[in-house]
Write a protein that binds this ligand. Structure first.
Ligand SMILES: Nc1ncnc2c1ncn2[C@@H]1O[C@H](COP(=O)(O)OP(=O)(O)OP(=O)(O)O)[C@@H](O)[C@H]1O
Ligand SMILES: [Mg+2]
Length: 251
């Protein structure tokens, strides 16, 4: 796959006696939006956690930009340019917007020339510029994340991905808990990421989101890839058949 930014080769992951991933081959090309679909428990979140370093697969390999990253720690994988926005959102609710954009990479300044403290003003200033560029309005950047809406929190997570120049952004159900205007905003952000050449993996149960923003659709079923098709060749009916496993000839 000469143009693949991400490639998973024969990735398997077990939880005790349960096979969550069974020799999964999966790839994403540069600048491509791939929708990863499947029923509850199909293995979608497990697959992306094997990419982001949260889980170590027992078999198989993961390559990013041609280099193997299998089982590297999440912080190293993030440094390489893969930003993941989890279903169970991994932002810090008690910190403010600026601190969340810099989470894990906090900007320090020297107090009296020798005491290192976090530079909150700098982080808030940078976050404010970025959010303005993304047309995201958050009343006060001093608010802790707990006080923001789901859509605003997703926006902060996406802002964080952009600030650190992620080249692959993985989103696990970004619009599931959002109202309609917020869903639109997140979809617009996905498009603007793509326009900047960022590759995206989008996990979603919302068919209209998938049809609107994806270039390619990969469907998982019981820990395996059941189908892989271009968006242009997909219909909602065909997708649903693959998800529930009623396509003729399907496993
Ligand atoms: N940490 C874990 N420990 C044990 N089993 C797990 C764990 N994580 C996932 N599983 C199991 O692995 C299988 C795949 O789960 P996964 O979370 O990847 O599904 P999913 O496709 O993301 O589903 P959903 O759409 O509901 O989020 C399921 O049977 C699940 O119960
Ligand atoms: Mg999941």
């Amino acid at each position: 796959m000469p143009n693949a930014i991400l490639e998973c080769k024969s990735v398997s992951k077990h939880f005790g006696g349960l096979t969550a991933l069974n020799q999964v081959d999966f790839h994403v090309e540069r600048g491509e939006v791939v929708a990863l679909l499947g029923d509850n428990g199909a293995g979608k979140s497990t697959l992306i956690k094997c990419v982001s370093g949260v889980y170590k697969p027992e078999h198989g390999q993961v390559f990013f930009e041609g280099k193997e990253i299998t089982s590297q720690p999440p912080s190293e994988i993030r440094d390489k340019g893969i930003e993941t926005i989890y279903q169970d959102l991994a932002l810090a609710g008690n910190l403010d917007v600026g601190a969340n954009v810099f989470l894990g990479k906090e900007k320090k300044k020297q107090l009296f020339g020798f005491i290192a403290v976090t530079d909150d003003d700098y982080m808030r200033h940078e976050a404010a510029q970025l959010l303005a560029r993304l047309d995201i309005h958050i009343p006060s950047l001093k608010q802790s994340l707990d006080n923001l809406s789901g859509g605003q929190r997703q926006a902060v997570a996406i802002a964080r991905a952009m600030y650190w120049n992620a080249r692959l952004v993985i989103m696990d159900e970004p619009t599931a808990a959002l109202g309609v205007p917020e869903q639109r905003k997140v979809l617009a952000l996905i498009r603007s990421l793509r326009d900047q050449g960022v590759a995206i993996i989008l996990i979603s149960h919302t068919m209209s989101d998938v049809m609107q923003v994806s270039d390619r659709i990969v469907i998982m079923r019981r820990g395996k890839v059941a189908a892989d098709m271009m968006r242009a060749d997909a219909t909602e009916e065909l997708i649903v058949k693959h998800i529930v496993g009623t396509v003729e000839g399907a496993a």
